[in-house]
Design a protein. Sequence first.
Length: 356
Amino acid sequence: MTTALLITHSRPTLDNHDVRAVTKVVRSGWLAQGARVEEFERRMAAFVGVRGGVAVSSGTAALELALLAVGVKSGDEVILPSYVCTALWLAVRRIGAVPKLVDIEPDSYTIDPVQAKKALSRRTRAIIVPHLFGLPADLTRLQALHVPLIEDCAQTLGATERGRRVGSVGAAAVCSFYATKLLCTGEGGMLLSRKAVILESGRVLRKYDEEPLLVPGAFNRKMTDLQAALGLSQLRRLRSFLQRRRAIAEMYRKALASADALLPVIPKGRTHCFYRYVIRLQDGRHSTLEKVIARLDRRGVQCRRPLFRPLHRYLNLKGFPESEEAHRMALSLPIYPSMTDRMVRRVVTVLREELA
């Protein structure tokens, strides 16, 4: 018999600060894009360390704007890793470009610069660089390819690579503020850049009723002041959120050091903010990942695959061994700021028993 889930895999961290922030907007009578959105854009840009931001309706919308703003056109190729959510592939296809998939590095789960270099062609116009699970990709080696980088910071706000904040290195960066992200607005996203021309392009393409009718790519992608008010409230506490995530990760590291699994690796020069705490089961030592997840569920601990499935699996492609291995063996443990130490200890106890 399945017990009620006591420790969920993900959940937003909300409190009365958020309630008051949203309530204030409701009482003001101005709900659409307005002053709160503009303030959210300024403060997010300051946090990341770039010139400005363009708040939009989703992370996918932000990626579409970024692709168009860096000059990607129909028929151009965009390199991205297979081990990412489908939203990235969909954004590339929506603007008529061609996604070119590459494999990941085995330890970091981020795009492999060697494979990205091999995928370059005369049609390559951009590389999407997802910083996965809280760990930055190797931006230094990717910059050496001399192709515009679009950083996907949805899972890694506040992390650094060689002292540089993620989102501040590429030609553009995008964020998602989905309900379970590091900073949430329910739905929503933002384009960020240090380049004025990219920001202006994003602002034009976000609108649909104040620009000439035939602006290519223009569409209603606006964020509301309701969402921005929640985002501002969350942003004020983001550093404390990250501090708690790192504290939980350290508890996991110490408690699971002798467990039958590979723990997260942090390459030199990078910092981790632990959007996900992803371990890798030992090949051949356990039953299928699905069975391990089901057993944990029955004991009230909700662990999940960190990614539903890699893109190459949807497309029936071969030649992505590291992405395939991650799909078979990677397991994401609960980690979010509202988790108590007692909850963390419970996860550790159940996991160790099930992996013994």
